[in-house]
Design a protein around this ligand. Structure first.
Ligand SMILES: Cc1cc2nc3c(=O)[nH]c(=O)nc-3n(C[C@H](O)[C@H](O)[C@H](O)COP(=O)(O)O)c2cc1C
Length: 419
């Protein structure tokens, strides 16, 4: 099973030090990688929730973390909608050298933020993924355009010319000559992650990525998505195991279930009814303000599916929940699909959490998870002191690292850089 943790935002003032201390804890637990999402905008809601350090460029932050850790993988997020591929290839390859081959790239197409780059509106999901596919292809070609063996040419210009080749890419979105100005790290091609689960998002993930960071709030959602991704991978000539489903696991752990539930309520106490109404409206365009809290939300109230939404993944999850449950307004406004990032919510004692993880794993709803710490320090302490060791005890997770590259932690073969 693959285990990783989402970076926790710094809280007190020693911001960078906190990120480093957190990474060291994750490394001591032998987790596969530390993961950092990224949004290229400053949204008041997001800033309120994250205490201000969310805006740090994840690649810079992970470069600092890299020099203070030795083995844990480091997965940074870079948006293909806003960042040119030459810069992406260069930043990632730089980080891979800085960290000794521990980097992974979380490819996102982003739901918002176009206004920070031009006066054009956000392109459609299809266009964003078409650009992502072309961008990713270029990034990989650029990595290979400057192979590791370049470091062994001893200034022999003929050898250099033979090894370092322009890519001369001419496509719909990009015209790029290359080659890249840094050689590939001997660890080989960096593992790719993707987040976004619309039809076109899944197709893209199945074709290029090693893992998908998923929002699967229920077991059946995870099983369906994992099976679908595995099928899609086979259809494009890969094997089913080439793509791993790693849902976010938003956890609240206490000594008792009641204590954990209190932690969960406390973490969401700032969400007033008005903010919950806003959240529902922004995800699927449904206004329920005129309804009583106990009224059921029924299928016929759903707005048309083809309307423009920020994230099809999140819209689909909320629509699905309404279709299957016809919940009360109050019930719907408490759902993680509406008020959170739609991650799998785990509330309970360490034993409860381990049982939930093992059940999901055995039923084929995940290949591992990216833990998203939700509660206070105690919840996180229990995650490291109890949950991980119990998974090790059950033989589901490593007790020691076998290597010191992210490829090794993910069980990917060593790869020659000039392949
Ligand atoms: C679990 C998850 C995590 C995401 N993380 C990010 C992120 O860190 N930064 C970002 O700009 N977009 C993020 N996104 C947005 C996706 O990149 C994508 O733009 C969005 O989901 C729309 O694609 P879709 O139509 O496939 O849902 C995330 C989406 C999901 C589902």
């Amino acid at each position: 099973m693959h285990l990783a943790v989402h970076d926790k935002d710094g809280e007190k003032g020693a911001l960078i030090d906190e990120h480093i201390a957190f990474a060291k804890r994750a490394e001591a637990a032998k987790l596969d990688f530390l993961f950092k999402a990224d949004y290229l905008m400053a949204h008041p809601e997001l800033m309120a929730k994250t205490k201000g350090t969310v805006g740090l460029d994840p690649s810079f932050l992970l470069a600092t973390v890299a020099r203070e850790t030795k083995q844990i993988g480091l997965v940074t997020t870079i948006s293909t909608s806003f960042t040119p591929p030459y810069l992406i290839a260069r930043q990632l390859q730089s980080l891979n050298w800085i960290s000794g081959g521990r980097v992974g790239w979380n490819i996102v197409t982003s739901i918002d933020g176009a206004y920070n780059f031009s006066n054009e509106p956000m392109p459609s999901s299809e266009e964003r993924y078409a650009k992502a596919a072309e961008c990713t292809k270029i990034v990989k070609q650029l990595w290979h355009s400057h192979p590791y063996e370049m470091l062994e040419t001893d200034g022999d210009i003929e050898k250099i010319k033979e090894l370092m080749k322009p890519i001369n890419h001419e496509g719909e979105f990009f015209h790029i000559k290359g080659p890249l100005n840094i050689p590939m790290h001997p660890a080989g091609e960096m593992p790719l992650f993707q987040a976004g689960a619309s039809d076109v998002g899944r197709q893209f993930a199945a074709a290029v990525s090693n893992a998908i960071f998923a929002a699967t709030p229920a077991m059946e959602v995870g099983i369906e998505m994992r099976n679908d991704l595995r099928k899609r991978a086979v259809n494009v000539g890969r094997t089913a195991d080439d793509i791993r489903l790693l849902p976010g696991l938003y956890f609240f752990i206490g000594d008792t279930y009641e204590e954990a539930l209190d932690m969960y309520h406390h973490a969401h106490a700032h969400l007033t009814l008005e903010r919950r109404y806003d959240a529902l409206e922004s995800v699927i365009g449904l206004n329920v303000r005129h309804m009583a809290l106990h009224d059921p939300v029924t299928v016929d109230m759903l707005p048309p599916e083809n309307q423009k939404v920020r994230s099809r993944t999140h819209a689909k999850l909320v629509r699905r929940y309404i279709m299957e449950n016809e919940p009360s307004v109050e019930g719907l406004l408490a759902r993680p699909e509406v008020i959170g990032s739609a991650h799998l919510v785990a509330i309970g004692t360490s034993h409860d959490i381990v049982d939930q993880i093992v059940t999901f794993y055995e039923k084929g709803a995940l290949d591992g998870f990216i833990a998203v710490p939700g509660g206070p320090a105690k919840s996180l302490d229990l995650f490291f002191s109890d949950v991980i060791p119990m998974l090790v005890e059950r033989g589901l997770f490593r007790a020691e690292y076998e290597g010191s590259t992210l490829r090794s932690h993910l069980g990917l073969n060593m790869q020659l850089s000039n392949k």
